[in-house]
Design a protein around this ligand. Structure first.
Ligand SMILES: [Zn+2]
Length: 276
């Protein structure tokens, strides 16, 4: 999602670890794992002068700070030189309501400086509940309550943006997930189960309007997967969460992530062509 690369394959970032990474000096960077510098959406945004942030609730995301923070990022090739620290704010806080305060604060501070910004916000609570009590869709289940809580935080975030004249109409959201869950019931490790790999991918452009289906907007470059399909050799790819980074950069008018393959042409259309 953040490098525009898939995990495996010649162009993959190769990072399969799902726990706290080793220290930076012990190989705990995406670059060490992949054998080359792995650019991210944070590189492109920061090099173009944007303020960047990571607000997450799982410490394993320190991998991002170890890969792109302080002096770990690559040189800035876009003048002026904004330095090698590609992540201005790295913050770990598992509570969705306080996470949204951190995100809003970053956006408001940037807007006050007439700077644009790019934030990766990861809400961990639905995953915590799923692993603890199962991906249980019955009303009132721990999982449903965690999703409600996450949904409420996002709703509050959108309301806060709308209530601030400096943000209203100027904030876009690309909302997706890393996985579903439920096969087995308290996990998501079966790669053939559609409930595990079917995820939302929603782009909100900061204005009210009729919702449009991204597959309808992208009839030739993406194929809508069937309910039981995972791989469709030869067909256009489905919309993947890996498309997120380059989609976000495209919305900001910024180029694609160097070395990326997912939505590298930034051709995922997110709005209908203007009719006039
Ligand atoms: Zn999980």
């Amino acid at each position: 999602m953040l490098t525009g690369r898939q995990v495996a394959g010649a162009n993959g970032h190769q990072w399969t670890g799902n726990v706290d990474p080793p220290a930076r000096a012990q190989g705990g960077t995406l670059h060490a794992k992949g054998g080359a510098y792995m650019s991210s959406m944070f590189d492109v945004a920061h090099d173009h002068g944007l303020r960047t942030g990571v607000v997450c609730g799982k410490w394993k995301f320190v991998l991002l700070e170890q890969s792109y923070g302080e002096d770990a990022g690559g040189p800035d090739t876009v003048t002026p030189d904004d330095g090698r620290d590609k992540i201005d704010l790295f913050l770990c806080d598992p509570e969705p309501q306080s996470q949204l305060e951190h995100v809003v604060t970053l956006l408001e501070r940037s807007a006050a400086e007439r700077r644009r910004s790019l934030v990766f916000w990861h809400i961990p609570s639905p995953d915590f509940a799923g692993h603890a009590k199962g991906w249980d869709l019955t009303a009132g289940s721990a999982y449903r309550e965690a999703v409600v809580k996450a949904d409420r935080a996002i709703a509050t975030f959108l309301q806060r943006c709308d209530a601030d004249p400096a943000l209203k109409g100027s904030v876009a959201v690309v909302l997706t997930a890393d996985h579903g869950g439920g096969v087995p019931f308290i996990s998501h490790v079966d790669p053939e189960a559609p409930v595990n790999f079917t995820i939302p991918f929603v782009v909100w452009l900061g204005k009210d309007g009729a919702a449009e289906d991204l597959y309808t907007l992208n009839p030739t470059s993406r194929s809508r997967p069937g309910p039981s399909e995972r791989f469709m050799p030869g067909a256009a790819p489905p919309i993947r969460n890996a498309d997120a980074g380059n989609t976000a950069l495209g919305l900001l008018g910024l180029p694609a992530i160097p070395g990326s393959s997912a939505n590298a042409a930034q051709d995922l259309a997110v709005r209908a062509p203007a009719s006039n």
